[in-house]
Design a protein around this ligand. Structure first.
Ligand code: MG
Length: 292
């Protein structure tokens, strides 16, 4: 009893569950205050608190704590090669001009080589030109659902919902639509933009909520379904920008930087300040600069 190692880790809900299911037979009958559960395997006491903090205490604390890290790594390796998988991503949330586009799609095992040949796994490295070239074949091949929230509607919705709430509702809706085309697979991955609890809180008033979603950041690098969805969403965004530019015969740069400020000024001079509602996300700071 001389070696009382204490290791404290912040675990996700999933990690907590995994840990619990591994050692559930050692569940302690007493649970300390603010704890969800306590496990007492040999030479260790594992206490999981409501805050997410999990404390490993005892001679073998390091063994049990390293265990959870190993499980996690192994699991990530495994699940991104699980097929079929559905994935979703959004585009346009950081761009002053243009809509917000969300796509959800399903990838089956038989699609893998097709997608790899198109370099889908490196979606971030693809140029706009390449996106325009490969997205139509993806749309042709994969069951997908694509939502485009145009600027007029976006500006209305944004009066009472923040950007993350808009995203959550669009992802949810994309999966509802996708489900009508094909049964959703067990693995559904959202490129994470908000904590899981927050995501579902945004949806609490929705009539239908797609749950059992796996949230992961940078998921487009790891999941072919998310990478494909990301490419299709980017394609829709580029196409929308193209048609706005044609309609107003003006160049609309991406992002929210200096070029965008200049373009917004030219646009307002040509079509009036009010018309910005139809091409831009007016709550961005860029709008104030146009007024000056
Ligand atoms: Mg994303």
């Amino acid at each position: 009893m001389t070696n009382q190692t204490i290791i404290s880790l912040e675990l996700t809900e999933q990690e907590q569950q995994k840990l619990y299911s591994l050692f559930r037979e050692f569940q302690s009958t007493k649970t300390p205050p603010y704890a969800l559960w306590q496990l007492r395997p040999e030479n260790c006491v594992i206490t999981c608190y409501q805050s997410g903090k999990t404390v490993f205490q005892g001679k073998d604390a390091h063994i049990y704590s390293s265990h959870i890290q190993l499980i996690e790594q192994k699991d990530i390796e495994n699940i991104n090669s699980q097929f079929p998988q559905a994935g979703s991503d959004e585009v346009g949330t950081g761009d002053y001009f243009g809509p917000v586009c969300v796509c959800a799609c399903i990838v089956h095992e038989k699609d893998i080589s097709f997608l790899k040949e198109l370099s889908v796994q490196d979606s971030k490295a693809l140029s706009d030109k390449e996106i325009l070239k490969i997205a139509p074949s993806l749309m042709n091949r994969l069951t997908h659902s694509l939502l485009v929230l145009d600027n007029r509607k976006y500006n209305q919705v944004h009066k009472h919902s923040n950007m993350n709430e808009i995203k959550a509702k669009m992802h949810n809706k994309a999966y509802i639509n996708l489900k009508q085309k094909e049964q959703l697979p067990e693995l559904i991955v959202v490129d994470q933009f908000a904590e899981k609890n927050l995501y579902y809180r945004y949806l609490r008033k929705e009539l239908e909520i797609i749950d059992h979603i796996h949230f992961e950041t940078k998921a487009e690098d790891k999941y072919l379904s998310v990478a494909s969805a990301s490419i299709i969403a980017r394609y829709a965004f580029l196409k929308s920008m193209e048609s706005l530019e044609t309609y107003y015969s003006i160049s609309l740069p991406k992002g929210a930087g200096l070029l965008v400020d200049e373009a917004a000024k030219s646009f307002a001079e040509k079509y009036g300040f009010e018309e910005l509602q139809n091409v831009a996300k007016i709550h961005f700071k860029n709008t104030e600069k146009v007024k000056k």
